[in-house]
Design a protein around this ligand. Structure first.
Ligand code: ZN
Length: 179
């Protein structure tokens, strides 16, 4: 699949001025790619995908789902998920987000798989999502947190999960367990 050109970048990457020195950017052919470059300081725009982590939490014989409370996809049930902070290991992000969204304390994360797919909010943007599994080892599952509801669903009764990353995580777990 051909890579997106500058004209196909998502809205958030439509830079007109250098973020370092505010000079209007130019387009330059650098090796095999056209890129935005600052003629004054040499800054080059290398757009990157968003990076997120999600976690399948095993708790009381089931998997913890949380209900989304913002658009897009408000109201759907999904695995805890969030952006990886700059400098943060994706495995640490999975545990942090899982604990924040559920109130549980989690054990060591086990890597499952990753996905690369367009963003649901802006299909010209991309997401890389790392998925992990972890057991709840303490804490208390909050029924509602920051307006989010949670529930525990037996693994074999999980409904199809809408987001690519979420279903990929479940599929990877099923494959590893021979189910
Ligand atoms: Zn500059």
């Amino acid at each position: 699949m051909p890579l997106p050109t500058i004209e196909e970048y998502p809205e958030r990457y439509r830079f007109r001025f250098c973020p370092r020195c505010a000079t209007p950017l130019e387009v330059a052919q650098l090796f095999d790619m056209r890129r935005q470059r600052c003629p004054a300081c040499g800054w080059v725009h290398y757009p990157l995908p968003n990076i997120a982590s999600t976690v399948v939490i095993f708790h009381q014989g089931g998997v913890v789902l949380v209900q989304r409370d913002i658009e897009p996809d408000r109201g759907i049930w999904h695995l805890p998920i969030g952006h990886v902070e700059y400098g943060e290991d994706p495995a640490d992000a999975a545990i942090r987000e899982g604990e924040e969204e559920t109130g549980l304390r989690l054990g060591a994360p086990r890597f499952l798989t990753y996905t690369h797919s367009p963003s649901y909010g802006d299909p010209r943007m991309f997401y890389i999502v790392f998925s992990f599994a972890a057991d709840a080892v303490g804490g208390t599952l909050t029924g509602s947190h920051e307006g989010r509801h949670t529930r525990v669903v037996p693994f074999d009764e999980l409904p199809p999960l809408k987001w690519t990353s979420q279903q990929a995580a479940i599929n990877a777990l099923r494959a590893s367990q021979g189910r």
